[in-house]
Design a protein around this ligand. Structure first.
Ligand code: PLP
Length: 457
């Protein structure tokens, strides 16, 4: 085994880490962490430190770490057939089975699934399919996409544009011209504090209507949103938001993409967020929970309505010109099949709902009265604690104080619990594996409470 010093040097000299302050890392000012193993809700680094991972990696290791059922399925697939492509009608037992399993779980009006590798490439696929769809329908002007500020949809050229976070645009010449953003449905952060929740929904709808009127409905192809805003702050929508938005989209013949990369396959205590909020999307993006990140795999689930037009398109134009070498990779597909089976066998969707509700309730009971805790929110196995300088006046901390990152760091230092300081505001995010126990939820809450007290009193 390599010495830690050697590994650290190689890491700092050779490895370009994503979403990292590159100069600070290279200078050695940003701590390096080498993770060695994981089991259940815990990971362990090379120095033997055990940590309770209350963010499941990047909210993706939904069944928990170290599942032999998935590891064995991957090993068997790699031995039997590590790779074959899925172009021109090719497939494997794993990829065909997984497509059936996905469709069996998806809302009834969905028709087919296209497999990719990441949430970002699945959203790229979605936008291409939407442009193709409108070209086949003879409306080449209908191409713009509306996303939300603080939405997260990936970091490619198009998907980084859809992402409504400044960090993902700044200095990259994004967003692209075809993308525009509308209001984030964050009731806690509303500008007008006198608004009721339903007033706020009406405001979101009015803003969307105004944008559509300004651009012209015949230029707008689709609206993309996560059922629960994720990376932008873990924000469940205000009551009635999705039905109200969907009514506007239907009126203007604008397609809806539900980006379920985080919410798909159980995180909210239902198989899909679309079921949870009564959304009727034309496309659903899936990734993380499809394989619980045991292997990279994503998908675009296409509705009947769009599928018919795609078929018409290939009758008129020949094969669809869209494919990745690794689409439906057999190893990812085998991991997906084993993962979805495990979710069923262990009733993990139900556990995500019940233990997740317990986590949210316990967090509220422990921290709801703290003078610097402005909001505690969540749904199923996802939760956020938002910190404020003044609760009554809802005054936020100055970002440069880095209150959120300080609290997350304290949680790790004091109690070996990993939470995520969300990139937008002082928000501590929790999205543990679905196998979290009530005792582990208690540990997460106690660690949060101790860290908030240590940093803010
Ligand atoms: N969509 C959502 C809702 C996400 O949360 C993410 C990643 O966190 C993505 C898309 C992008 O997925 P990936 O990082 O696999 O490209």
């Amino acid at each position: 085994m390599l010495h830690n010093d050697q590994l650290e040097q190689w890491d700092r000299e050779n490895f370009f880490h994503p979403s990292t302050h590159l100069a600070e890392f290279a200078r050695g000012n940003l701590q390096q962490r080498v993770i060695k193993t994981g089991y259940g809700c815990h990971i362990e680094d090379r120095d033997g430190n055990k940590m309770l991972d209350a963010f499941a990696g990047l909210y993706c290791v939904n069944v928990g770490y170290g599942r032999p059922e998935i590891a064995e399925a991957i090993a068997e697939q790699a031995t039997e057939l590590a790779y074959y492509h899925s172009y021109v009608g090719h497939g494997t037992e794993a990829s065909i089975t997984l497509a059936k399993m996905v469709l069996d779980r998806a809302p009834d009006h969905m028709s087919k699934v296209y497999f990719g590798l990441s949430g970002s490439d699945a959203n790229e696929t979605n936008i291409k399919l939407i442009w193709y769809y409108n070209n086949i329908l003879g409306r080449p002007e209908k191409k713009k996409i509306i996303s939300r500020w603080r939405g997260y949809h990936g970091s490619g050229l198009m998907t980084g544009s859809l992402t409504g976070l400044e960090l993902f645009h700044k200095k990259f010449d994004l967003p692209l011209a075809q993308v525009m953003h509308t209001v984030a449905p964050d009731y806690f952060r509303r500008d007008d504090l006198s608004q009721s929740e339903s007033d706020f929904v009406a405001y979101c709808v009015a803003e969307l209507e105004a944008q559509i009127a300004h651009e012209g409905a015949d230029t707008i192809a689709a609206f993309i949103g996560e059922p629960v805003l994720g990376t932008g702050g873990i924000v469940p929508p205000p009551a009635g938001y999705w039905p109200a938005i969907q009514a506007v989209l239907e009126k203007h013949d604008i397609l809806l993409i539900a980006d379920e990369v985080v919410t798909g396959f159980g995180r909210l205590g239902t198989m899909f967020g679309s079921d949870h909020y009564g959304m009727r999307p034309d496309l659903i993006t899936i990734a993380k929970g499809l394989t619980s990140a045991y292997a990279p795999l994503s998908g675009s689930i296409v509705s009947d309505k769009m599928w018919k037009v795609l078929e018409q398109g290939t009758d008129e134009n020949g094969p669809i010109g869209h494919g990745w070498t690794y689409s439906a990779h057999p190893i990812g597909a085998a991991a997906g099949v084993a993962n979805l089976q495990l979710i069923d066998t262990l009733n993990l969707v139900e556990n995500a709902g019940s233990v997740g509700t317990y986590l949210n309730d316990t967090m509220r009971a422990a921290l709801g009265d703290h003078p610097n805790v402005g909001d505690i929110r969540g749904e199923g196995m996802i939760c956020a604690v938002e910190l404020v300088a003044d609760k009554d006046m809802r005054i936020f901390f100055d970002g440069s104080d880095k209150v959120g990152p300080q609290i997350a760091a304290k949680m790790l230092e004091q109690d070996n619990v990993i939470a995520r300081a969300m990139p937008q505001g002082d928000i501590i995010g929790f999205a543990p594996p679905f196998c979290l126990t009530r005792a582990e939820a208690d540990t997460v809450v106690a660690a949060t409470s101790r860290a908030v007290t240590a940093v803010l009193g």
